[in-house]
Design a protein around this ligand. Sequence first.
Ligand code: SF4
Length: 331
Amino acid sequence: MTQEQNKERVLSGMRPTGALHLGHYVGVIKNWIELQKSYECFLFLADWHALTSNFDEIDMIKKSRIEYIRGWLASGIDVDKAIIYCQSAIPEILMLSQVFLCLTPPGWADRSPSWKDFQSNSNANNKLDNLGFYTYPILQAADIAIVRGNWVPVGEDQVPHVEIAREVIRKFNRLYKTNLPEPAPKLTATSKLAGIDGALKMSSSIGNVISLFEDEKSLQKKINKIKTDDKRQGVESPGDPNNCTVFSYHKVFSKAELCNEVDGLCRGAKLSCGECKSKLGKSMKEELLPISEKSRQISDKDCLEVLHEGNLKAGKIIKNEWNNLKEKIGF
Ligand code: SF4
C-alpha cells in the first residue's frame, strides 16, 4: 500500500468564472497548500458548476480554466502531492450525480444556502433560476463521493452543503449496500477576504478585486484604493482598525507584530492611512510578487499538460470507483 493510500482524502474545487483574485488565494488556495502536506488532495476545476451561473459565457469559462491552473501552480500547489483535474473531463462524475438526483427529495435541495439566498434576494442574478443551480449540492455530493472524499474544506456558510452531501451519500449507501465515506466539513480559518471597496466578499462581478497576477505598480495602486475607517477625521484623529478594510488585509498579510503596531498607532492618531497602506503594500508584495512573477513563467501549454496528466490520474481512480458502484446499483 502506498503512502497516498493511507492518507485521508480532501476534495475541493473552484468554479472557473473569471479572473483569479486574492479572494480565491486567501480563501481557498492558501488552505489547499497546507492541506496537500497531510492529505491526499483532489483539486478540481468545477466547470459543470460554473455552467449553472455562466452557461452563456463558455469562452470565459475556458479561459478561466487555464488561468486558474496557472495560479494554483504559481502559488505552490504541487502536482506530486495533489491531483489536479477538470470535472467535465470525467463523465462518470455526472453519472453518479444522476443516480443521486433520483434518490434526493427536492426538500433537501431547498435547504441549500445558495438556493435560499437566491430565492430571498430580489437583486439576485436571474440566470441562477435554473435546475442546474437548484440541484448543484447534489452534483457536489457526487464530486465528493466518487473520489471517496473524507473532508471538504468550506467556510461556515457552506457547511449545510456538506450536510446535504452526507445525507445523500448515507441514503445511497443504505439503498445499494455500499460503503462510501460520509464527508465532513473542514472549516477554513480565513474563508473570505473583503473587497477593496469594503464589501464583505471580493468578487469579479462586483469589480472590487485585486488579481493574483498584479505587478508591483498595479498592486500598490489597488492597495491605495482599499477602504479605510470612514469615521476617521484625518490623521489627527484616532481611527478604529476594527472598522477598517485596510486593517483586515494587514491581519491576513502582515506579521502579528506589525498588526499590533498598526493597531496602536492608528488608535493613538500617530499613523496616517497613507503610511499604513505603504506598510501593507510591503507585506503584500513580499508574499504576492513571487507568485505573480512565477505565473509569468508558466505557459498555457504547461497548464494544459498538467491538466491532462491530472485528468488521467483522477479519471483512472474515478472510473474504477464508478464501475464498482454501478455493479452495486445493478446497472
Ligand atoms: S491608519 Fe490604517 S488601520 Fe487606521 S484607519 Fe488608517 S488605514 Fe485603517
